[in-house]
Design a protein around this ligand. Structure first.
Ligand code: PLP
Length: 426
């Protein structure tokens, strides 16, 4: 066993410094609670950044991992995998509800790489189009394609040249989106609710305009649901929190985070629909990535898919989308009633909640000024010290991403901590 001093020294010496980590060492979790190595207890409303929809070490997840780990952990995608078939059926029928097919991978960035490749292939097949439109404030991951798709200078810095063929447009600007479409455009990729930039929803007008443009110009509508999917925004599919029902029909959806309850699992879904190439040959979009076009060693292993099945099964069986909507709305009502001068707005979709702070006002507060940090980062730090884990998003937003099965008592405790911290900041 190593000592705390050794762990600290090794972390500094052997682990790359690409995260500005809190000096907190969580070692155990149960439900909404996490304990650090000194025994301090935290209420976890960060959830591994939207990764733990059932909280920590949920019995259904522990049971699924244990059972599958003692049956078959991994087998190559050269073979047929029972749990993969079962999970794909659940995703197509119970999550999306629109005929399609799935590919399994290990992370959100990889899922986005897959749908970017799908768009490139579709473009090649239909006359050589290749441009993909993405949006300011987006976040799609850290691999080259996903990083380039992310329309944020701070993510690109120092890594050029980036992948060609991405065009950036201001989020929620319908006119700018219309203007950006040209003869080379093959797809529009967007998060129905942007997470990393502060729980920013697409307006229904914008989402509808994007879908209409895709239909009219034979382009693909790609939705990144890595953060907003699986009940986070109160619906199994995040876009339905913006436009309910089947009015919007995406062509592809990427997922990760919550789907694996913390076990690495990503996936993407592609719509089952007829397409025709430039020589009028008819085929199917869901079969476009045929043999040899795409692959992965680990993706869709029996163990990963068993966890995915247990996660989604539990969310559906326990009606956690409804809990997400009800408790999320209750939290927002309670917090709005504070009329706190340091909260500008609260954006809430299920348990995807962004508290936008008054950054300008807070920058004149002594403790925020002294920290030299954006208000969101300083406030998240104060909340952590007070026992509440949250996630900053951009300079002004503190994000809550608690488990979808929280009780009103958990929510009340988090609200109590946040209210006290913000009152001390006025
Ligand atoms: N897409 C969205 C919307 C995300 O929020 C994230 C991660 O925060 C990603 C993609 C990248 O996922 P991963 O870190 O699993 O590659």
């Amino acid at each position: 066993m190593s000592t705390h001093d050794e762990q600290g020294a090794w972390m500094e010496r052997y682990v790359m410094p690409n995260y500005g980590r809190y000096q907190v060492w969580p070692v155990r979790g149960a439900g909404t609670q996490v304990w650090d190595r000194d025994g301090k207890q935290y209420l976890d409303f960060a959830g591994g950044v939207a990764v733990c929809p059932l909280g920590h070490c949920h019995p259904n997840i522990v049971e699924a991992i244990t059972r599958q780990a003692s049956t078959l952990i991994h087998v190559s995608n050269w073979y047929c995998i029972d749990k993969q078939a079962e999970l794909a059926r659940v995703l197509v029928e119970d999550v999306v509800g629109i005929p399609g097919k799935c590919f399994f991978c290990n992370s959100g960035a990889e899922a986005n790489e897959g749908i970017i490749k799908l768009a490139r292939k579709y473009g090649q097949q239909t006359g050589g189009r290749f441009e993909i439109i993405t949006f300011s404030g987006s976040f799609h991951g850290r691999t080259f394609g996903a990083m380039t798709a992310t329309a944020q200078e701070k993510i690109h810095g120092g890594f050029g040249p980036l992948v060609p063929g991405f065009v950036y447009v201001p989020f929620n600007d319908v006119e700018a989106l219309k203007k950006a479409v040209n003869k080379n455009t093959v797809a529009i990729l967007l998060e129905p609710i942007q997470g990393e930039s502060g729980v920013n929803p697409a307006t229904s007008e914008f989402l509808r305009a994007a879908a209409d443009l895709c239909k009219k110009n034979d382009m693909l509508l790609l939705l990144d649901e890595v953060q907003c999917g699986f009940g986070r925004a109160g619906e199994m599919s995040g876009w339905r929190a913006i436009i309910p029902g089947d009015e919007i029909k995406p062509d592809a959806i990427s997922w990760a985070k919550a789907i694996g309850s913390g076990y690495p699992l990503g996936a993407f879904w592609v719509r089952d629909r007829e397409i025709s190439d430039s020589k009028s040959q008819i085929s199917n979009l869901a079969n476009l990535l045929g043999p040899g076009t795409h692959g992965t060693t680990y993706g869709g292993s029996p163990l990963a898919c068993a966890v995915g099945l247990a996660t989604i099964g539990t969310i559906l069986d326990q009606k956690l989308c409804a809990n997400s909507r009800d408790i999320g709305a209750w939290i927002a009502d309670q917090a709005r009633a504070w009329n706190s001068p340091v909260i500008k707005t609260i954006r809430q979709f299920g348990l995807f909640i962004g508290f936008e702070l008054d950054e300008a006002r807070l920058q004149s507060n002594e403790s925020v000024k002294a920290s030299g940090r954006p208000a969101s980062i300083h406030v998240a730090r104060l909340l952590l010290d007070a026992g509440l884990m949250t996630v900053p998003a951009g300079p002004a937003v503190v994000r809550w991403l608690p488990p979808l099965n929280i009780t009103q008592a958990d929510a009340a405790e988090a609200l109590r901590i946040m209210k006290t911290v913000l009152e001390n900041l006025k």
